[in-house]
Ligand binder design. Structure first.
Ligand code: GLA
Ligand code: ZN
Length: 671
């Protein structure tokens, strides 16, 4: 399957990134010109502009200055470059905060911020919304037919929340819309606990250290409301864009698994998913973990819309805000960039093109250093990425055919973060999901990462680590998936609470009990120095952190606990149901178990790795397919040289950070 390219008229990888020509306005006759020359030399064909330009575009209320942007847009067009043009709402001019304090955010402690920073605005403020429309309308009216315009970059890294009176009012209306009556809300939030019963809507307040921080129903609905605030604000922002430039795609830059917004929900209103990729590379074998986490985030970005996405920011060198801004090792930048492509990105974009001269990002990696020439090591790395991308047009728009889905769900994460029961602050939802993901990554089996609202139909294997909260309809859809022949894997901490965070009565895993054929009676939390074991297929595997005491109720017991008072009881089960089967892993395990277990499960489910021969540790294979050709990317994250048996493509020697692309006809895919 082949999707259209992100900019329909431009079927090439976008290579480029954030550029702030307004910081260099006084030097535009020299630096702007030089930047065009350098961009060409680096194989850069796109720049993202206007991201934080509000005070340069509207230095005083209703006084607009677009001349500099006109000039830059023309310059990009003259140089055959695509503009990713931003709305400037990520940061506001100082005059606006002074004149209209309501635009400033109020924190959870109910204190209004003062001017400064960025992302410091109230999404409910009518003034902020009016000012946003005013600038966005002018941008679209001015540039809708501009030959450089390729993509609308809406705001920047939406995040945080606001607790002002206007937001409280909107929260209450959201709750009224959802629950209709106070009785229903009181019931849903279990408000008789600690005498929290509300007798009027206006008694409801957002979570705050001055009031409630551990009222689960309130917390969960606040998170959902905050997501809806961003959805609503995004829709507000793009209204003029959709009216006057309907063919130009709109996106906003997401932050991987940032916990504050349910990205699967936000993505519903975005034309294309885009994310900012900042892995913390270390330069040795620890990069295997870093690489698999980055892969997971790329697969989320692809899963958001089920199609190619944009890596709209990444760093070409050291990232200044990381605790140890390590220099990129030779080859690592090419690997980071090709990894994005391998997982479905149709762009490689950076923060930033030219390193800024002042303020907090002056030492953040950039394509063009303060030194200013094309002679730097980083510049040459970027140019190498440019060269590689230029030869990969056939990959543009191609799909990632995958038969396995792993569920990562923001609602589950929110509820688990609150759970207060089994490991207090260490429920480790993300790391657990990534541990399971890594087993597939290591085998070279492509995976889609989806949330529990997405369709399961096209998959042979569905894995849902710690699916603690079941959203409405999820259990029914999982049941149907198994009945129809799918293989399903669930783990400890599954099916404890319903979509409003109330515990299921009648035994866990709630409505999944029959599908899984088990009853989970209790969960044991282990001290860090303790461990149990799972005995399975003649081997003993470590069990750590959490061990559930389950009873097989129809399921077959495959593995049992090795010690403690529950030694010999079920720890790993399989239930045959309809045409499918459902596995349950009752304890947290190490990677050795997950590797063996998923090796067995994928073989039983008929899911094949991209290469027949096993991959060496730290090497992964990912694929993109345009319907005719399948491009298999082999990538070495191990920090040492590795040899890969690539079947008909021969034996390949991969140096540290090496990437090879094997092309094969789609009909030959063994899947
Ligand atoms: C984020 C922001 C950018 C920049 C980079 C630095 O991704 O969107 O504006 O601050 O971080 O890494
Ligand atoms: Zn507010």
């Amino acid at each position: 399957m082949r999707f259209p390219s992100i900019v329909a008229r431009y079927p090439h990888f976008l290579h480029g990134g954030d550029y702030n020509p307004e910081q260099w306005l006084k030097w535009k006759d020299t630096i702007w010109q030089e930047d065009m020359r350098l961009a060409k030399l680096a194989g850069i064909n796109s720049l993202s502009i206007g991201i934080f330009s509000w005070s340069m575009l509207e230095p005083q209320e209703d006084e607009y200055h677009f001349e500099w942007l006109d000039e830059m847009m023309d310059m990009l067009a003259d140089n055959n470059m695509i503009a990713v043009l931003a709305t400037p709402t990520g940061a506001r001019p100082a005059w606006m905060s002074k004149k209209y304090p309501e635009v400033l955010r109020v924190n959870a402690g109910r204190q209004r911020n003062i001017f400064g920073g960025r992302h410091n605005h109230c999404l409910s403020s009518p003034v902020y919304r009016e000012k946003t429309t005013a600038i966005n309308i002018r941008l679209v009216a001015r540039y809708k037919d501009h030959p450089a315009l390729g993509v609308w970059h809406i705001s920047n890294e939406y995040g945080g929340d606001c607790h002002c009176p206007l937001c409280q009012e909107r929260f209450r209306s959201y709750l009224k819309g959802k629950y209709k009556t106070l009785d229903a809300l009181n019931q849903a939030w279990w408000s008789t606990f600690w005498s929290h019963t509300y007798s009027d809507w206006d008694e409801i307040e957002s979570p705050s250290p001055l009031g409630d921080m551990v009222f689960h129903g309130l917390n969960l609905d606040w998170k959902r409301f905050t997501t809806e605030q961003f959805v609503d604000f995004y829709l507000h922002e793009i209204k003029p864009m959709k009216e006057f430039s309907p063919l130009v795609p709109c996106t906003t830059n997401l932050m991987g698994i940032y916990p504050g917004i349910d990205y699967y929900r936000l993505a519903e209103v975005m034309d294309v998913a885009a994310w900012d990729n900042y892995p913390r590379w270390v330069g040795n074998e620890k990069d295997i973990a870093v690489g698999s986490k980055a892969a997971f985030c790329h697969d989320i970005a692809r899963g958001l819309k089920g199609k190619p996405f944009m890596v709209i920011e990444s760093c070409p060198s050291a990232t200044n805000w990381q605790a140890v801004p390590k220099l990129r090792r030779p080859g690592a930048h090419v690997l980071q960039s090709m990894q994005a492509v391998a997982h479905g990105s149709d762009t490689v974009q950076y923060f930033q093109f030219r390193k800024s001269r002042g303020s907090s990002e002056k030492f953040h990696g950039a394509v063009v250093d303060h030194e200013g020439s094309e002679q730097t090591r980083v510049f040459k790395d970027v140019a190498e990425v440019g060269r590689r991308l230029a030869s990969l047009d056939a990959v543009i728009g191609s799909d990632t055919p995958s038969k396995v889905a792993i569920i990562y769900d923001w609602n589950v994460r929110w509820a688990l973060d609150d759970a207060k029961g089994f490991l207090q602050d260490k429920t480790d939802y993300e790391t657990t999901v990534i541990d399971h993901y890594r087993a597939f990554w290591s085998m070279g089996i492509p995976v889609d990462v989806i949330d529990s609202t997405r369709s399961f139909d096209k998959y042979d294997l569905l894995v849902s680590p710690m699916l603690y909260l079941l959203r409405d309809g999820t259990a029914e859809r999982i049941n149907a998936f198994v009945e129809n022949g799918g293989t399903y894997v669930a783990t400890y901490a599954t099916g404890y609470v319903d979509s409003i965070d109330l515990c299921f009565l009648g035994g866990f895993p709630g409505p999944l009990k029959e599908t899984l054929g088990i009853w989970n009676e209790e969960i044991d939390a282990l001290f860090p120095e303790d461990e149990n074991s799972i005995l399975w297929q003649g081997k003993s595997y470590r069990a750590v952190g959490l061990c559930e005491l389950i009873h097989a109720k129809g399921a077959e017991t495959l593995g049992v606990y090795g010690s403690d008072f529950y030694a010999g009881t079920a720890a790993l089960t399989v239930n045959r149901k309809g045409k499918g089967r459902a596995y349950y892993i009752a304890a947290r395990t190490g990677p050795d178990f997950l590797a063996d277990f998923y090796g067995m499960v994928t073989a039983a489910a008929g899911v094949k790795p991209l290469l027949e021969a096993p991959l060496p540790e730290g090497v992964t294979a990912q694929a993109r397919s345009n319907g005719e050709t399948e491009f298999v990317f082999l990538m070495n994250f191990s920090g040492s040289a590795k040899t890969v048996d690539a079947g008909s493509a021969g034996i390949l020697n991969l140096a540290p950070f090496d990437v090879r692309i094997i092309e094969r006809k789609c009909s030959k895919i063994p899947r």
